[in-house]
Design a protein around this ligand. Structure first.
Ligand SMILES: Cc1cc2nc3c(=O)[nH]c(=O)nc-3n(C[C@H](O)[C@H](O)[C@H](O)COP(=O)(O)OP(=O)(O)OC[C@H]3O[C@@H](n4cnc5c(N)ncnc54)[C@H](O)[C@@H]3O)c2cc1C
Length: 475
């Protein structure tokens, strides 16, 4: 039987005897997969095609017991570990080179309790899995805008989307989590059990353990929501964005409007002559009564002379997937993100200038509209601290040919640097690329010290280091 050469936390290569691997295989419900074996490539292939790493061993978990076995092996042998949920994170930390990949993507169960309005979700579930189950009961919680994103990574980083202004962040709706800690033990984290760990998990990413089940609070919503896109000529962006800022700032919690600048995709409702030309898109969703939504959206729909306006009632699950065709896996991607308390005129000018010079046809600038319920939670209530943000900009650079790497990355960095004087300085960890390690402390602001202290108690040896890493306070 094959001996296993695998990378340690110190970066050395260690040999695991074939008997150890055989014992592990005998105990797992899922599989222990070596390079070249079935399932290996599926587990290591993630959304961002820039990440092409080859783990030494993949444990494809089918339940919490498998996760405990994998963590116990890593803990005992001192192995480099990465943890994969939905595999969507831009930084690519879900996959390590040479080490142990703990793959949760097969654990997809979502159980809804309509009586208590709660959901129990396994860490391989995608947003679409969650929404489909919850919507069967007319329920939802705050999730993101791309339905193939993993619930696990999104939640642990914070989680924002169309209903954040109404229901808060995803972490604001987390009731409890089952967590396998660095010693391979299982604990429950909630407001009453391991409350410090629970505080840290809500925004602190994968730093503190592996979550094998999340429990969420649900809210009544749907089955239809007033939602859709309004498409304008890009030439109008400088004029329309200050008006967008006013509408977004005055909006009720139910109304969320994101602004997107990109080349028009060939969608049937956009006239063919606009396909491939720069446009400004307002993407809007009203998380409430449809008639009230019609009123609330009037000022937005009255702006300028749109090329297309397809606001109307849409199934919530469909709207949650509206951007999926533009965000498919397999492309090369690099992001740069800032939070803004307000969109200053100077910031708008810089963003519009950059969006008028996109380095590749699939690139775009997104301005997410947040605030509302999210902004009314105390900044020290949990790890997520960016409560003052009202807008979050994300420069999504996306291309196919590696020859375009330098140009696309430079464009995103240039926009990021130019607009920095207008930003709050905070950032959503889930939008950070891999080269922003020095920014992690800023991302958490005043909460970083407490996170470092909790890291010392739950993961003093930094077993969980393939993430936006929080360094433990010195012992
Ligand atoms: C196209 C696209 C659209 C997006 N849109 C949004 C959006 O609208 N709103 C939003 O909030 N975010 C959005 N994101 C960001 C998204 O929240 C993050 O990429 C998130 O990390 C994805 O989670 P995942 O499980 O798919 O990722 P993975 O890459 O599998 O995991 C990311 C990291 O999370 C940790 N992790 C994952 N699972 C666990 C677990 N069970 N226990 C412990 N640690 C774990 C690991 O450190 C891992 O490296 C988007 C991302 C993409 C690519």
């Amino acid at each position: 039987m094959t001996e296993l050469a695998i990378r340690t936390l110190e970066g050395a290569t260690k040999t695991i005897p074939s008997e150890t691997l055989a014992t592990l295989r005998g105990k797992l419900r899922g599989g222990a997969v070596l390079p070249g074996e079935e399932g290996y490539d599926a587990a290591r292939t993630i959304w961002n095609a820039m990440i092409d790493r080859r783990p030494g061993l993949v444990v494809r978990c089918l339940g919490a017991a498998d996760v405990m076995l994998a963590v116990q092996l890593a803990h005992t042998e001192g192995l480099l570990v990465s943890v994969r949920g939905g595999g969507h994170n831009i930084a690519g930390n879900a996959v390590c080179d040479g080490g142990l990949l703990i793959d949760l993507s097969l654990m997809k169960s979502v159980q809804i309790d309509p009586q208590s309005r709660t959901a129990r979700v396994e860490p391989g579930a995608l947003l679409a899995d969650f929404d489909k189950e919850a919507q069967a009961f007319g329920l939802a919680t705050s999730l993101g805008i791309n339905s193939t994103t993993g619930v696990a990574g999104l939640t642990l980083g914070g989680g924002m989307g169309w209903t954040t202004r109404k229901f808060g962040l995803t972490v604001d709706n987390l009731i409890s989590a089952q967590v396998v800690t660095a010693d391979g033990e299982m604990v429950r984290a909630s407001a009453t059990d391991h409350p410090d760990l629970f505080w840290a998990l809500r925004g602190g990413g994968g730093n503190f353990g592996i979550v094998t089940a999340f429990e969420f609070k649900l809210h009544a919503l749907g089955p239809q929501v007033l939602s859709g896109l309004i498409v304008h000529p890009f030439a109008e962006a400088a004029k329309l964005l200050p008006q967008y800022r006013r509408i977004a700032t005055e909006a009720p919690d139910e109304l969320t409007v994101w602004a997107v600048m990109r080349k028009a995709p060939p969608l049937p409702f956009i006239p063919a002559e606009w396909h491939g030309k720069e446009v400004l898109i307002f993407a809007a969703c009203y998380s409430g009564d449809m008639k009230e939504g019609e009123q609330a959206m009037k000022p937005l729909r009255a702006l300028g002379k749109p090329i297309a306006d397809v606001i109307g009632p849409h199934p919530f699950t469909g709207w949650q997937a509206a951007f999926d065709p533009l965000l498919t896996p397999g492309a090369r991607n690099y992001w740069k993100s800032h939070d803004f308390a307000d969109l200053a005129d100077g910031a708008i000018k810089i963003i519009v200038d950059a969006a008028g010079n996109l380095p590749s046809p699939e690139c775009e600038v997104f301005i997410a509209h947040v605030g509302g319920a999210m902004g009314r939670v105390a900044p020290d209530a949990m790890a997520w601290s960016n409560r003052e943000a009202h807008f979050t900009m994300n420069a999504h650079t996306r291309w196919r040919d590696p020859a375009e790497d330098t140009g696309c990355i430079a464009w995103a960095r240039q926009l990021f640097d130019a607009v920095a004087p207008f930003a709050t300085g905070s950032v959503y960890v889930n939008f950070m690329p891999d080269d922003e390690k020095g920014r992690v402390e800023k991302a958490y602001g005043k909460n970083y010290r407490r996170l470092a202290e909790i890291k010392r108690r739950y993961d003093p040896d930094n077993l969980f280091r393939m993430n936006q890493n929080i360094r433990a306070t010195e012992r």
